[in-house]
Design a protein around this ligand. Structure first.
Ligand code: PLP
Length: 849
């Protein structure tokens, strides 16, 4: 539910966001009413709020259609190099508000709906999130699509249209419960099914030798049905496509049963085949070697590559219609970016298509494949690296296994050429792991099959060269690159924080929206009292709005004058939510010990989903809720400290929380968080960061200067040295009484009086099995938090730092990231050219020229 706005507030909002044109408003009202009538088949006596949401979505969608068609015609006409971003995840969130903003029709829609007596913010809340992602990796893909469209690149996202996205998290008695995310229940107004472009994908079967070479035969076929989703650029009339595949049984599926007479069973079994696109695997940074997941990965890749090759062949210029020579220019016309190894079957699949289907020689095909593909690594955690059992491959993708073996054979010859007799290195670099059950190492395959390999922040890219992929770096140093992640300023400032956006635009104009470096100009005002007050007012309003949401939706009251200390991201041991809990308990004990001491009030909010099978992460959620229950109900504590677990953290919730944050928690063990992007969203919205020198925090600190960020804890080198020396958590536990008390309370059931063993496992991890060195960073973290509290008391200092944070966040625009991918990996330049506005009749447009 949206808060009712006063007429004055509403007018003001509209005036800063551009004036609604009276003709546009009237046209939108007409179209909206037409959709209520013809699309929703309702009149205003029976239409529900959801009907009005759909009518508005269709109205906005209408504005996309001509731009979408014209953009695709334009790409066909100029035949530029196409960029294909392949990802098993696209964490898109909502589309309505983003589309209105990028098309520049938001104020007209606001006004039209107001004149119709409807609350547009209430309708926006009825849109389901497209939650086709787990966390940072999937959200990165979504930000990249926005940037590629805004930069006018001929880019396509390719992925899976999961019928169920990331589960909805419910907290019941302090524990996480998962509910299926039935996001398509009411229909999806943004997508367009394209059954005419359906493509077959093969599984199972066997490989035979023929005079024309190897053939994959006796396969089971599943069809891939594409759904196109529009990706509008920011006010440039570009609309790119995100094509998501849905699994569809062929009509003759299980015909054998039919012939046996069991027609009913044959029809029922059609659903089984369609399970491929049923549900997103809910793991973040964790490999689960399930057959269905391998099928999803191949399904996406096989359908996508057929589509890419079809589009390549059907280009307007050249004579590419299926002549072997024409494939020589494939890498000049096609760039394929692999978002982690999840789509890495693209490498053997492209080889199969070029060799078995198109009849190219192995060497030609390999040259084309490696020049086309590039691989982005997203993690160094060993448990996250994909290593598929050969037995699974043999069964599901026998031809691909052959191809991988041949790639490996040639690769290992090259390794031996460089390091004669170095069998250990050969073993370590093999695509096929021979120890234990044989497995295919998909990261090794991706490196060998790509011309570029990149990490996602400078420190991460160094670690993969020095450590994870050291051997491959020594073999092919020219492949290794860095591309520091970024976020789209359209969603993560303009959309989610209109107050701050307006304030910035009043001060420095609107160029920052597409040139985020412009924010540098705010540095000049960091010490200006009037600007500080204005920034504070916006933050206070955002905090108040969040407080209202928390009270309305969760029934919790928070003190909006307290510091909002926020830790939102997937729950994972490496992200160290437990370290945050150690701090909370420390604060609690200090208040209890000395209730009359001066204390800077805090509201600590932690949110995030645990993978359903991740026992420790689920325990951490339970501990947070149990600690919250004790802290929040202790009259001695009162208003000084509140702890809230934010249920069901997702893109939509991030958009509400981040603009209200004072403090951003980015406290992963140095060397474990590849980049992080949550960190960037907070910086852009004027929160200060407490963080380790990990991932992109390092570059954030460099951009803003160490005086504007709270950095604590071990560096990567210090973590490494501690590991070498041997980490003993008891050293810290025994020498720090405050820490000892906290761990003991977790251990002995202080927060779980009905079950003293409830959190023993967590205490055991902290003291005996901790891979992430929480106790080693505890003292430094507590000390830095004290500095945070002291600084927060000095409002002017805090605001100066906050403004410096905003002013130096320009580097972390995904526009910058995408320009670098374009220049240094894809061979594609941005085009800031505006496509013609299709609402202007062509003859008029011509006259204007
Ligand atoms: C940005 C984002 C993430 C990534 O957050 P990190 O702190 O970088 O792990 C995860 N989930 C959602 C919903 C996000 O918007």
């Amino acid at each position: 539910m949206a808060t009712p706005q006063s007429d004055v507030e509403r007018r003001k909002q509209i005036s800063v966001r551009g004036i609604a044109e009276i003709d546009d408003v009237n046209e939108i009202k007409k179209t909206f009413n037409r959709h209520v009538h013809y699309t929703l088949v309702k009149d205003r006596n029976v239409a529900t709020s959801r009907d009005y949401y759909f009518a508005l979505a269709h109205t906005v969608r209408d504005h996309l259609v001509s731009r979408w068609i014209r953009t695709q015609q334009h790409y066909y006409n100029i035949d530029p190099k196409r960029v294909y971003y392949l990802s098993l995840e696209f964490y898109m969130g909502r589309s309505l508000s983003n589309t209105m903003i990028n098309l520049g029709i938001q104020s007209s829609c606001d006004e039209a709906l107001y004149q119709l007596g409807l609350d547009i913010e209430e309708l926006e809340e009825l849109e389901e999130d497209a939650g086709l992602g787990n966390g940072g990796l999937g959200r990165l893909a979504a930000c990249f699509l926005d940037s590629m469209a805004t930069l006018g690149m001929a880019a396509y996202g390719y992925g899976i249209r999961y019928e169920y996205g990331i589960f909805a998290q419910k907290i019941v008695n302090g524990e996480q419960q998962e509910e299926p995310d039935d996001w398509l229940r009411f229909g999806n107004p943004w997508e367009k099914a394209r059954p005419e472009y359906m493509l077959p994908v093969n599984f199972y079967g066997n490989v035979i030798d023929t005079p024309e070479g190897k053939k994959w035969v006796n396969t089971q076929v599943i069809f891939a049905l594409p759904y196109d989703n529009p990706i509008p650029g920011y006010k440039n009339n570009v609309v790119n496509t995100l094509r998501l595949w849905s699994a569809k049984s062929p009509v003759d599926f299980n015909l054998k049963f039919f012939n046996d007479g069991d027609y009913i069973q044959a029809v029922i079994d059609r659903n089984l085949a369609e399970n491929i696109s049923r549900v997103l695997y809910p793991n973040d940074n964790f490999f689960e070697g399930k057959e269905l997941r391998l099928k999803q990965e191949y399904f996406m890749v096989a359908a996508t590559l057929q589509d890419i090759i079809r589009r390549f062949k059907s280009a307007k210029f050249g004579t590419r219609a299926s002549t072997r020579n024409s494939f020589e220019e494939f890498p000049d016309k096609v760039a394929i970016q692999l978002n982690d190894t999840h789509p890495s079957l693209a490498i053997p699949e492209l080889m199969r298509l070029l060799v078995d289907v198109e009849g190219l020689s192995w060497d030609q095909a390999w040259d084309i494949t490696t020049r086309t593909c590039a691989y982005t690594n997203h993690t160094v955690l060993p448990e996250a690296l994909e290593r598929w059992p050969v037995s699974l491959f043999q069964n599901i993708l026998p031809r691909h296994l052959d191809i991988i073996y041949k790639i490996n054979h040639i690769h290992l010859e090259n390794v031996l050429k460089k390091w004669p007799g170095d069998l250990e290195r050969m073993r370590a670099m093999s695509l096929v792991e021979e120890d234990g059950d044989k497995r295919i190492n998909m990261a090794n395959l991706s490196i060998v099959g790509s011309h570029a390999v990149n990490g996602v922040a400078r420190i991460h890219s160094e670690i993969i060269k020095d450590d994870l992929f050291k051997n491959f770096y020594e073999l092919s140093p020219e492949k290794f690159q860095n591309k520091t992640n970024g976020i789209t300023p359209r969603r993560w400032l303009l959309l989610c924080n209109p107050g701050l956006s307006d304030l910035i635009s009043e001060k420095i104009g609107e160029k920052w929206i597409v040139h985020l470096d412009e924010l540098q100009k705010l540095k000049a005002y960091a010490k200006e009292p009037a600007f500080q007050r204005a920034v504070m007012k916006v933050k206070q309003e955002n905090k108040l709005r969040l407080a209202q949401i928390l009270e309305r939706e969760y029934g919790v009251k928070v003190n909006p004058a307290s510091m909002f200390d926020i830790h939102v991201k997937r729950i994972h041991e490496y992200k160290r939510q437990l370290l945050n809990v150690l701090h909370i308990i420390t604060l609690y004990n200090r208040i209890k010990k000395n209730p009359s001491a001066k204390f800077a009030p805090r509201t600590v909010m932690i949110g995030g989903k645990a993978a359903p099978g991740y026992y420790t992460a689920k325990k951490i959620i339970k501990l947070i809720n149990y600690v919250a229950n004790v802290v929040n109900n202790d009259p001695i504590v009162g208003d000084k400290l509140k702890v809230i677990f934010l249920e069901n953290y997702r893109v939509t919730l991030a958009e509400k929380i981040i603009p209200a944050a004072d403090l951003s928690e980015q406290i992963s063990t140095a060397g474990t968080e590849a980049s992080g992007t949550g960190n960037m969203k907070f910086q852009l919205n004027g929160a200060l960061t407490i963080g380790t020198l990990d991932g992109a925090n390092v570059e954030m600190a460099e951009e803003m200067g160490r005086e504007n960020i709270f950095i604590f804890g071990m560096t990567v080198e210090e973590v490494e040295a501690l590991k070498q020396k041997g980490y003993n958590a008891y050293d810290y536990y025994n020498s720090n009484p405050e820490l000892k008390q906290v761990v003991d309370q977790i251990q002995n059931g202080f927060f779980s009086p009905n079950n003293s063993d409830e959190f023993k496992d967590l205490a055991d991890i902290l003291l005996k099995y901790d891979r992430f060195y929480l106790l080693a960073d505890y003292a430094a973290y507590i000390k830095k938090q004290e500095e945070v509290s002291t600084t927060y008391q000095d409002q002017s200092k805090w605001l100066e730092m906050a403004i410096n944070n905003i002013a130096t966040s320009g580097k972390f625009s995904s526009d910058r990231t995408i320009i670098e991918y374009g220049r240094e990996i894809w061979g594609v330049e941005p085009s800031y050219e505006q496509l013609p506005d299709p609402s202007v009749p062509r003859e008029l447009a011509l006259k204007d020229n």
